[in-house]
Design a protein around this ligand. Structure first.
Ligand SMILES: NC(=O)c1ccc[n+]([C@@H]2O[C@H](COP(=O)([O-])OP(=O)(O)OC[C@H]3O[C@@H](n4cnc5c(N)ncnc54)[C@H](O)[C@@H]3O)[C@@H](O)[C@H]2O)c1
Length: 261
Protein backbone atom coordinates (compact mmCIF):
# COMPACT_ATOMS: atom_id res chain seq x y z
CA UNK A 1 0.00 0.00 0.00
CA UNK A 2 1.39 3.37 -1.03
CA UNK A 3 1.33 6.53 1.07
CA UNK A 4 -0.58 8.08 -1.82
CA UNK A 5 -3.52 5.72 -1.18
CA UNK A 6 -4.57 8.05 1.63
CA UNK A 7 -5.49 10.57 -1.08
CA UNK A 8 -7.75 8.09 -2.95
CA UNK A 9 -11.51 8.51 -2.80
CA UNK A 10 -12.65 5.11 -4.00
CA UNK A 11 -16.08 4.27 -2.63
CA UNK A 12 -16.77 7.88 -1.64
CA UNK A 13 -19.52 10.06 -3.08
CA UNK A 14 -18.94 13.77 -3.65
CA UNK A 15 -21.47 16.55 -4.23
CA UNK A 16 -20.01 19.57 -6.00
CA UNK A 17 -22.46 22.43 -5.58
CA UNK A 18 -21.91 24.84 -8.46
CA UNK A 19 -20.05 22.02 -10.14
CA UNK A 20 -20.92 23.43 -13.53
CA UNK A 21 -18.73 26.48 -12.95
CA UNK A 22 -15.11 27.02 -13.89
CA UNK A 23 -13.68 26.01 -10.52
CA UNK A 24 -16.45 23.56 -9.57
CA UNK A 25 -16.12 21.56 -12.77
CA UNK A 26 -12.33 21.31 -12.43
CA UNK A 27 -12.76 20.06 -8.86
CA UNK A 28 -15.51 17.61 -9.89
CA UNK A 29 -13.23 16.08 -12.52
CA UNK A 30 -10.38 15.85 -10.01
CA UNK A 31 -12.56 14.16 -7.37
CA UNK A 32 -13.72 11.68 -10.01
CA UNK A 33 -10.12 11.09 -11.05
CA UNK A 34 -9.28 10.23 -7.44
CA UNK A 35 -11.97 7.55 -7.43
CA UNK A 36 -15.12 9.26 -6.15
CA UNK A 37 -18.53 9.11 -7.73
CA UNK A 38 -19.45 12.74 -8.30
CA UNK A 39 -22.78 14.55 -8.32
CA UNK A 40 -22.65 17.93 -9.97
CA UNK A 41 -25.40 20.43 -9.27
CA UNK A 42 -25.82 23.81 -10.88
CA UNK A 43 -28.58 26.30 -11.57
CA UNK A 44 -27.64 26.21 -15.26
CA UNK A 45 -28.58 22.85 -16.77
CA UNK A 46 -26.03 22.95 -19.59
CA UNK A 47 -23.25 23.71 -17.07
CA UNK A 48 -24.25 20.77 -14.89
CA UNK A 49 -24.58 18.34 -17.80
CA UNK A 50 -21.28 19.41 -19.38
CA UNK A 51 -19.40 19.00 -16.11
CA UNK A 52 -20.97 15.59 -15.43
CA UNK A 53 -19.90 14.54 -18.91
CA UNK A 54 -16.33 15.68 -18.19
CA UNK A 55 -16.34 13.60 -14.99
CA UNK A 56 -17.55 10.55 -16.95
CA UNK A 57 -14.87 11.16 -19.58
CA UNK A 58 -12.33 11.05 -16.72
CA UNK A 59 -13.62 7.57 -15.90
CA UNK A 60 -15.93 8.18 -12.94
CA UNK A 61 -19.67 7.84 -12.43
CA UNK A 62 -21.48 11.16 -12.37
CA UNK A 63 -24.93 12.61 -11.85
CA UNK A 64 -26.08 16.07 -12.94
CA UNK A 65 -28.80 17.78 -10.90
CA UNK A 66 -30.23 21.19 -11.75
CA UNK A 67 -31.08 23.26 -8.68
CA UNK A 68 -31.06 26.73 -7.17
CA UNK A 69 -28.93 25.80 -4.19
CA UNK A 70 -29.81 28.97 -2.26
CA UNK A 71 -33.20 27.34 -1.56
CA UNK A 72 -33.48 24.80 1.24
CA UNK A 73 -36.04 22.61 -0.54
CA UNK A 74 -33.82 22.46 -3.63
CA UNK A 75 -30.77 21.47 -1.60
CA UNK A 76 -32.79 18.74 0.10
CA UNK A 77 -33.92 17.50 -3.30
CA UNK A 78 -30.33 17.40 -4.61
CA UNK A 79 -29.04 15.49 -1.59
CA UNK A 80 -32.02 13.11 -1.81
CA UNK A 81 -31.23 12.43 -5.47
CA UNK A 82 -27.56 11.78 -4.66
CA UNK A 83 -28.34 9.33 -1.85
CA UNK A 84 -30.95 7.60 -4.01
CA UNK A 85 -28.53 7.22 -6.92
CA UNK A 86 -25.27 6.47 -5.10
CA UNK A 87 -26.48 5.24 -1.69
CA UNK A 88 -24.43 7.69 0.37
CA UNK A 89 -22.85 11.13 0.52
CA UNK A 90 -19.35 11.71 1.91
CA UNK A 91 -18.06 15.01 0.56
CA UNK A 92 -19.66 18.36 -0.24
CA UNK A 93 -17.72 21.04 -2.10
CA UNK A 94 -19.34 24.47 -2.06
CA UNK A 95 -18.37 26.02 -5.38
CA UNK A 96 -21.34 28.31 -6.00
CA UNK A 97 -20.34 31.93 -5.66
CA UNK A 98 -18.57 34.80 -7.30
CA UNK A 99 -20.33 37.74 -8.88
CA UNK A 100 -18.00 40.29 -7.29
CA UNK A 101 -16.55 41.55 -10.54
CA UNK A 102 -20.05 42.07 -11.93
CA UNK A 103 -21.27 44.42 -9.19
CA UNK A 104 -18.54 46.86 -8.26
CA UNK A 105 -19.65 49.83 -6.17
CA UNK A 106 -17.98 52.34 -3.89
CA UNK A 107 -18.43 51.15 -0.31
CA UNK A 108 -20.48 54.20 0.73
CA UNK A 109 -22.90 53.66 -2.16
CA UNK A 110 -23.09 49.86 -2.13
CA UNK A 111 -26.74 49.12 -3.07
CA UNK A 112 -28.82 46.66 -1.13
CA UNK A 113 -29.97 44.56 -4.09
CA UNK A 114 -26.37 43.90 -5.18
CA UNK A 115 -25.37 43.25 -1.56
CA UNK A 116 -28.19 40.71 -1.11
CA UNK A 117 -27.35 38.95 -4.39
CA UNK A 118 -23.68 38.54 -3.50
CA UNK A 119 -24.63 37.28 -0.03
CA UNK A 120 -27.13 34.81 -1.50
CA UNK A 121 -24.81 33.21 -4.03
CA UNK A 122 -21.68 33.18 -1.86
CA UNK A 123 -22.92 32.75 1.70
CA UNK A 124 -26.44 31.33 1.62
CA UNK A 125 -25.52 28.78 -1.06
CA UNK A 126 -22.68 27.53 1.17
CA UNK A 127 -24.94 27.43 4.22
CA UNK A 128 -27.89 25.70 2.58
CA UNK A 129 -25.91 23.06 0.65
CA UNK A 130 -23.81 22.26 3.73
CA UNK A 131 -26.85 21.93 5.97
CA UNK A 132 -28.57 19.50 3.61
CA UNK A 133 -25.39 17.47 3.05
CA UNK A 134 -24.44 17.34 6.71
CA UNK A 135 -27.94 16.26 7.77
CA UNK A 136 -27.52 13.26 5.43
CA UNK A 137 -24.00 12.53 6.76
CA UNK A 138 -25.14 12.71 10.39
CA UNK A 139 -28.11 10.44 9.64
CA UNK A 140 -25.85 7.89 7.93
CA UNK A 141 -23.34 8.12 10.79
CA UNK A 142 -20.22 7.67 8.65
CA UNK A 143 -18.70 11.13 8.95
CA UNK A 144 -17.80 13.28 6.00
CA UNK A 145 -16.06 16.27 4.54
CA UNK A 146 -17.24 19.82 3.94
CA UNK A 147 -15.01 21.94 1.70
CA UNK A 148 -15.80 25.62 1.30
CA UNK A 149 -14.42 28.13 -1.16
CA UNK A 150 -13.47 31.35 0.53
CA UNK A 151 -11.08 33.85 -1.03
CA UNK A 152 -8.06 35.95 -0.13
CA UNK A 153 -10.75 38.66 0.02
CA UNK A 154 -11.70 37.26 3.43
CA UNK A 155 -8.32 38.63 4.57
CA UNK A 156 -7.43 41.48 2.23
CA UNK A 157 -9.36 44.54 1.18
CA UNK A 158 -9.24 45.56 -2.47
CA UNK A 159 -9.77 49.02 -3.88
CA UNK A 160 -12.24 47.80 -6.51
CA UNK A 161 -15.78 47.97 -5.10
CA UNK A 162 -15.83 44.54 -3.42
CA UNK A 163 -17.64 45.30 -0.12
CA UNK A 164 -20.31 42.60 -0.31
CA UNK A 165 -17.91 39.96 -1.60
CA UNK A 166 -15.35 40.49 1.17
CA UNK A 167 -18.16 40.36 3.73
CA UNK A 168 -19.54 37.12 2.27
CA UNK A 169 -16.14 35.43 2.04
CA UNK A 170 -15.22 36.60 5.55
CA UNK A 171 -18.37 34.85 6.74
CA UNK A 172 -17.52 31.69 4.76
CA UNK A 173 -14.12 31.57 6.49
CA UNK A 174 -15.70 32.13 9.91
CA UNK A 175 -18.30 29.44 9.29
CA UNK A 176 -15.54 27.03 8.26
CA UNK A 177 -14.11 27.32 11.77
CA UNK A 178 -17.53 27.30 13.46
CA UNK A 179 -18.79 24.22 11.62
CA UNK A 180 -15.48 22.41 12.19
CA UNK A 181 -16.06 22.94 15.90
CA UNK A 182 -19.68 21.79 15.84
CA UNK A 183 -19.50 18.89 13.39
CA UNK A 184 -16.29 17.21 14.65
CA UNK A 185 -18.41 15.09 16.99
CA UNK A 186 -20.05 13.58 13.90
CA UNK A 187 -16.70 12.75 12.29
CA UNK A 188 -17.15 15.55 9.77
CA UNK A 189 -14.22 17.82 8.95
CA UNK A 190 -14.71 21.30 7.53
CA UNK A 191 -11.98 23.13 5.66
CA UNK A 192 -11.74 25.82 3.02
CA UNK A 193 -9.53 26.97 0.23
CA UNK A 194 -9.00 30.69 -0.21
CA UNK A 195 -7.69 31.46 -3.69
CA UNK A 196 -6.54 34.73 -5.14
CA UNK A 197 -7.70 35.55 -8.67
CA UNK A 198 -8.11 32.37 -10.69
CA UNK A 199 -8.17 32.75 -14.44
CA UNK A 200 -11.89 32.11 -15.05
CA UNK A 201 -14.78 33.91 -16.77
CA UNK A 202 -15.85 35.34 -13.36
CA UNK A 203 -12.79 37.57 -13.23
CA UNK A 204 -12.23 38.03 -16.96
CA UNK A 205 -13.35 41.67 -16.75
CA UNK A 206 -10.75 42.59 -14.13
CA UNK A 207 -7.95 40.45 -15.56
CA UNK A 208 -8.77 41.85 -18.99
CA UNK A 209 -7.55 45.24 -17.77
CA UNK A 210 -3.79 45.09 -18.50
CA UNK A 211 -2.92 47.62 -15.79
CA UNK A 212 -4.92 45.71 -13.16
CA UNK A 213 -3.43 42.37 -14.17
CA UNK A 214 0.13 43.71 -14.22
CA UNK A 215 -0.37 45.28 -10.78
CA UNK A 216 -1.68 41.98 -9.44
CA UNK A 217 1.01 39.78 -10.97
CA UNK A 218 3.68 42.14 -9.65
CA UNK A 219 2.41 41.58 -6.10
CA UNK A 220 2.34 37.77 -6.40
CA UNK A 221 5.76 36.30 -5.49
CA UNK A 222 5.22 33.36 -7.85
CA UNK A 223 4.50 35.91 -10.57
CA UNK A 224 1.20 34.81 -12.11
CA UNK A 225 -2.53 34.53 -11.50
CA UNK A 226 -4.03 31.21 -10.42
CA UNK A 227 -5.38 28.45 -12.64
CA UNK A 228 -8.20 26.10 -11.68
CA UNK A 229 -5.67 23.24 -11.56
CA UNK A 230 -3.85 25.07 -8.75
CA UNK A 231 -6.79 24.32 -6.44
CA UNK A 232 -6.98 20.58 -7.03
CA UNK A 233 -4.25 19.35 -4.68
CA UNK A 234 -5.68 21.14 -1.65
CA UNK A 235 -9.21 19.93 -2.33
CA UNK A 236 -8.11 16.30 -2.76
CA UNK A 237 -6.20 16.62 0.51
CA UNK A 238 -9.23 18.00 2.37
CA UNK A 239 -11.57 15.45 0.76
CA UNK A 240 -9.47 12.40 1.60
CA UNK A 241 -8.12 10.44 4.57
CA UNK A 242 -4.82 12.31 4.10
CA UNK A 243 -6.39 15.17 6.10
CA UNK A 244 -8.08 13.07 8.81
CA UNK A 245 -6.71 15.23 11.66
CA UNK A 246 -7.19 18.57 9.88
CA UNK A 247 -10.32 20.64 10.40
CA UNK A 248 -11.28 24.30 10.61
CA UNK A 249 -8.41 25.29 8.32
CA UNK A 250 -8.38 27.77 5.49
CA UNK A 251 -5.64 27.14 2.97
CA UNK A 252 -4.73 30.25 1.05
CA UNK A 253 -3.80 29.49 -2.55
CA UNK A 254 -2.33 32.70 -3.86
CA UNK A 255 1.23 32.26 -5.12
CA UNK A 256 2.45 33.91 -1.91
CA UNK A 257 0.40 37.12 -2.22
CA UNK A 258 -0.82 37.22 1.38
CA UNK A 259 2.65 36.28 2.66
CA UNK A 260 3.82 39.69 1.47
CA UNK A 261 1.13 41.70 3.30
N1 LIG B 1 -12.57 32.83 -10.11
C1 LIG B 1 -11.83 33.37 -9.15
O1 LIG B 1 -10.89 34.13 -9.38
C2 LIG B 1 -12.10 33.04 -7.73
C3 LIG B 1 -11.17 33.41 -6.74
C4 LIG B 1 -11.44 33.11 -5.40
C5 LIG B 1 -12.60 32.45 -5.08
N2 LIG B 1 -13.48 32.12 -6.06
C6 LIG B 1 -14.72 31.44 -5.66
O2 LIG B 1 -14.78 30.16 -6.27
C7 LIG B 1 -16.15 29.82 -6.44
C8 LIG B 1 -16.39 29.39 -7.89
O3 LIG B 1 -16.05 30.46 -8.73
P1 LIG B 1 -15.98 30.32 -10.33
O4 LIG B 1 -14.96 31.28 -10.81
O5 LIG B 1 -15.87 28.89 -10.68
O6 LIG B 1 -17.41 30.87 -10.73
P2 LIG B 1 -18.40 30.35 -11.88
O7 LIG B 1 -19.38 31.44 -12.11
O8 LIG B 1 -17.64 29.84 -13.05
O9 LIG B 1 -19.13 29.13 -11.18
C9 LIG B 1 -20.19 29.28 -10.31
C10 LIG B 1 -21.26 28.29 -10.72
O10 LIG B 1 -22.33 28.39 -9.77
C11 LIG B 1 -23.55 28.34 -10.46
N3 LIG B 1 -24.59 29.01 -9.67
C12 LIG B 1 -24.76 30.33 -9.47
N4 LIG B 1 -25.82 30.55 -8.68
C13 LIG B 1 -26.29 29.33 -8.35
C14 LIG B 1 -27.37 28.88 -7.53
N5 LIG B 1 -28.18 29.76 -6.90
N6 LIG B 1 -27.60 27.55 -7.41
C15 LIG B 1 -26.80 26.66 -8.05
N7 LIG B 1 -25.76 27.02 -8.85
C16 LIG B 1 -25.52 28.33 -8.98
C17 LIG B 1 -23.29 29.05 -11.78
O11 LIG B 1 -24.23 28.68 -12.79
C18 LIG B 1 -21.87 28.59 -12.10
O12 LIG B 1 -21.86 27.42 -12.91
C19 LIG B 1 -16.95 31.03 -5.98
O13 LIG B 1 -17.31 30.89 -4.63
C20 LIG B 1 -15.95 32.16 -6.11
O14 LIG B 1 -16.27 33.23 -5.26
C21 LIG B 1 -13.26 32.38 -7.37
Amino acid sequence: MSQLDAFRLDGRVAFVSGGGGAIGSALAVALGGAGARVAVSDIVETNAEAAAERVRAAGAESLAVVADITRESEAERVVGAIVERFGRLDIVVNAVGGGAGKVLFDAQEYPRDAWDWIMEINLRSTLVASQAAVRAMVKAGHGGRVINISSVRAQLGINAGYSAYVAAKGAVSSLTRQWATEWAKHGITVNAIAPTFVDTPQVAMLLGDPAFKAGLVNRVPLGRVGETGDLVGAVLFFASDASSFVTGQILTIDGGLTATQ
